[in-house]
Design a protein. Structure first.
Lengths: 232, 232
DNA sequence: AAGTATTATTGTCCATTTGACAATAAGTGA
DNA sequence: TCACTTATTGTCAAATGGACAATAATACTT
């Protein structure tokens, strides 16, 4: 049984790492920090820190993300846990990855605490990271791609009002492919988005129709079991 | 940064719970143990125990599963981590769920260590479990269903040699639905299974053709990128 | 031996979806 | 007005999917 009375079982600590994804200029980016302290000083890393002994994992993630990047009120979700005994040079630290998707332009991230710098870095241009963060990022990006394929999470990264071409370009980037415009539009016919009365502004060509996610219709579809998202 | 030098961060411990699924008599079952010790003595629970301070999570899961059920050499995969501060009555225990799929008849599970009894219990007939194990089981079963939909994992639970009707019944049970036999067979045309020279034995009706998973063809398809599994 | 019951297997028809590609629309700027 | 660019819609054939019918192989019954 759980031998929690044994002192030698309390020799590890537990952390949370926050992988924050966004979409901008046709690229999926991730929010990283530059470390101001050893180990891995000046290396880029996923924002993360220790969980307090009496703190819930999700609460801890939100606190840690805020402490390091000033991002507040972010809707985090759990991803994988990483626990190789030697993954942290200073001791046994098991870390639980959490991720969130957000609209980059709706937030302002700013380095604080022991973060020296923060930056949105396109996923394909991420440098080598501290600790085993390359593996954590890669595994969590895989999870994101899986979610994009079967859940309407793209709308968390797209602007509130988006064009169908923007939506398509997000999928093309994630799945590393190109799609036919006409066929993409047919494919998303069953996805609950609503046509707005507005059009794109300040473009030097025919302005595109703007759309937004139709939350009400989505909820209704889920309730009546008429919903299956398939985007691959 | 990680303040692992602070003693008060070493007041939690870490465990692994092993959710083992199998398929028998048209039902997906899970391997549970009856606890021989407090807390929750005599309650059914998911087999799990503490991870050693220098032990890898996956190694720990295999060791723990063997200690409690004598199941050896099981291919476990990580699922969700559960860490509510009060989930364990005797202290802060964060647990990482691991799951495996196996052919029930190819293994013999036997209670040992502090497990008083082990049993394969159909997923729809599981009694109330110890700790937050109801939530852990339910979340992991959801994960299983998701995997069944997009990966060829059904073959880990089906007998080595199976009939198409058995395969269909697994999906019908998991997705809680019924499918047309002819259409099911069309749907799986692209799945790498091979027709064997044998037929079903000892049935009182027309014996069905036996099939087995075609590992070679599967690997070839993955390599050449000609593989997408869609079973929903 | 013939007929019945049961499950396996295959085929057909039609509606829907998918993929490739063409045609048209609505803006800007020269 | 014309060229240029991206948006949007339409077409057609192929592939897929769902409902349902027809046939096959085995054991069991009479």
């Amino acid at each position: 049984m759980y031998k929690i009375e044994f002192d030698n079982f309390f020799t590890y600590s537990f952390s949370s790492d926050c992988i924050i994804f966004g979409f901008r200029n046709g690229e999926i980016s991730v929010l990283l920090i530059k470390r101001a302290m050893e180990p891995f000083k000046d290396k880029w890393a996923i924002p993360g820190d220790l969980v307090y002994p009496d703190e819930d994992l999700l609460d801890a993630s939100k606190r840690i993300l805020f402490e390091l990047t000033q991002l507040n009120d972010i809707d985090l979700h759990q991803a994988q846990t990483f626990g190789k005994p030697n993954r942290h040079p200073q001791g046994r630290v098991i870390t639980c990855a959490h991720f969130a998707l957000l609209r980059i332009n709706d937030f302002h991230a700013e380095a604080s605490s022991w973060a020296k710098e923060v930056a949105w870095i396109p996923i394909h241009k991420v440098p080598e990271l501290a600790f085993d963060h390359d593996e954590i990022l890669s595994s969590t990006y895989d999870l994101l791609k899986q979610k994009l394929a079967i859940e309407p999470v793209c709308f968390d990264m797209l602007p509130e009002k988006f064009t169908l071409s923007e939506m398509q370009s997000l999928y093309e980037y994630a799945f590393d492919t190109t799609m036919d415009k006409a066929n993409f539009r047919k494919k998303i016919k069953s996805i609950p988005i609503k046509k707005l009365s507005e059009k794109q502004q300040n473009v030097k060509h025919r302005p595109a129709q703007l759309f937004s996610f139709d939350q009400d219709r989505f909820i209704e579809m889920v309730k009546t079991d008429h919903y299956t998202f398939k985007m691959y």
